[in-house]
Design a protein around this ligand. Structure first.
Ligand SMILES: CC(C)(COP(=O)(O)OP(=O)(O)OC[C@H]1O[C@@H](n2cnc3c(N)ncnc32)[C@H](O)[C@@H]1OP(=O)(O)O)[C@@H](O)C(=O)NCCC(=O)NCCS
Length: 443
């Protein structure tokens, strides 16, 4: 086999658990009209078709903002916005109808491609679109009449569920209809949010133009819980950013999680294959916002020493973890990461770097007894691995007496004492007779 064959085989094997986990799940995916206008849009649509063929229930909500503006422009009408929302008069509504219709037809055409040499050869996709959204006028706000701009009043969950269960991709646009027979222009992102909340979707995925949440060093924030997401959003707003894409999408993510959507992914559609990388690789390429209540995962501070001691003492008594004194914890607290829920430390991990060997040690890895078996161990390990990579480690090792299988199931390989950094070997406690496991970290 060539190296690329080996890569392919290992990649395909590693994606299998995700394929199984996503089958029959409902994903609501929103894209802006900018994506539709991009020459690379066909790739994205074919990726959506691939998700459909893997048994994922896809609702696609496509916006048409630039297409609407282009039509207004061509007619010499100025686009009017207030607080980031379009004011839709009769002439603008005509443009909205035309643009939304054209976008829909384009997507339907791309999803119908089945010719040889296209990624969809031999597979027939059914697309369902219709009057799934009932709307009402936004009305007058701050003295401004939004005219035919509306907001979602109701989503026909049953109709959508039936189409999805039958295997169709549901395609929606920025339009809603009122019981009085009027058409309203809606923000596509709001439609996606309302659909995700009504269906209690497994995921809401926003494919934006690339304004993703970053930390103060400019690094992508990969995972945010509701608490972290809300404080980030408040910070942006305090700096005067009220309607930017990142603000809109993070706000939508928070409201989705509050409304029962388990996970929201913020991705850049500029990256070819972003959807597949996010859904079928461990780390993904975007920001995941989770609705897990008030469980922040963060670096520890001295204030956490008491909480960590409480968490690990029972495990030390059982001989599962090595005994650490309060003083030892206080001096090494910078190595620690904790998971906090309602002010209580419910998980901890310590990461110490051996830069000379590009290795890091994972220790003191524990989840509070009452909170086990809900994937927190996995979440904590992912966080620690990312942190280790960020600090320059290529391999992560752990010494364990009773948790060998848990680590092996997560890619750690049995190793010998000699494989450890010299200074760590010298500290090895022969009486404990721990086993050594090493995991090579993906770049
Ligand atoms: C190991 C530990 C961190 C896992 O945390 P968690 O939040 O329960 O982990 P997850 O929810 O991600 O995974 C749960 C799975 O791990 C399995 N598991 C738990 N402990 C295990 C062990 N010692 N060996 C093998 N598998 C184990 C569970 O059975 C469950 O699998 P299942 O769903 O197939 O039944 C947690 O059990 C713990 O704190 N144990 C005590 C401390 C410890 O052993 N730390 C490692 C020291 S080096």
């Amino acid at each position: 086999m060539t190296p690329s064959d080996t890569d392919f085989v290992s990649w395909f094997r590693s994606s299998a658990p995700y394929i199984n986990a996503h089958r029959n799940r409902v994903f609501v995916i929103s894209v802006g009209g900018e994506a539709v206008a991009d020459p690379g849009f066909a790739h994205l649509v074919h990726d959506l078709a691939l998700l459909n063929s893997l048994g994922i229930r896809v609702v696609l909500v496509a916006g048409a903002r630039p297409q609407i503006d282009a039509r207004l422009n061509a007619r010499g009408i100025e686009a009017r916005y207030h607080e980031g929302l379009r004011i839709t008069d009769q002439a603008a509504l005509e443009c909205v109808r035309e643009a939304a219709g054209t976008v829909r037809v384009e997507i339907e055409a791309l999803l119908s491609m089945g010719v040889a040499n296209s990624p969809m050869a031999g597979f027939r996709i059914h697309v369902a679109s219709g009057n799934f959204v009932t709307a009402r006028p936004l009305g007058v706000r701050d003295g401004v009449d939004y005219l035919h701009t509306g907001e979602v009043r109701r989503v026909d969950a049953q109709a959508l569920q039936e189409r999805l269960a039958a295997g169709s991709i549901c395609l929606m646009g920025p339009l809603g209809y009122s019981p009085t027979g009027e058409v309203f222009n809606l923000a596509a992102e709001e439609v996606a949010l309302a659909v995700a909340r009504t269906l209690r979707a497994d995921k809401l995925i926003h494919l934006g133009e690339g304004a993703l949440p970053r930390d103060e060093h400019g690094e992508l924030l990969r995972e945010l819980d509701l608490h972290q997401a809300a404080s980030l959003l408040n910070g942006w707003r305090a700096q005067g950013d009220l309607h930017g894409e990142a603000v809109r999408l993070l706000d939508s993510a928070i409201r989705a999680c509050q409304g029962g959507v388990r996970r929201v992914h913020l991705l850049s559609r500029q990256l070819d294959g972003a959807l597949l990388l996010e859904l079928f690789t461990r780390d993904g390429v975007g920001t995941l916002v989770t609705g897990d209540p008030f469980e922040s995962l963060r670096r520890a501070s001295v204030d956490d020493v008491g909480g960590i001691l409480e968490l690990i003492e029972p495990l030390e008594r059982e001989g599962i973890l090595v005994r650490r004194s309060r003083e030892n914890l206080e001096t090494s607290i910078d190595d620690f990461v904790v998971m906090e829920r309602d002010g209580m430390v419910i998980a901890s991990a310590a990461l110490s770097l051996h830069p000379g060997d590009a290795m890091a040690e994972l220790a003191c890895f524990a989840i509070h007894h009452d909170y086990r078996s809900h994937g927190r161990g996995d979440r904590l390990l992912r966080y620690v691995e990312r942190e280790a990579r960020r600090q320059g480690a290529e391999r992560l090792f752990v010494l364990t007496t009773r948790t060998a299988h848990w680590f092996q199931e997560r890619g750690f390989q049995p190793a010998a004492l000699d494989d450890l950094p010299m200074e760590r070997r010298a500290l090895y406690n022969l009486k404990r007779n721990s086993r050594v496991f090493i995991k090579t970290l993906d770049r």
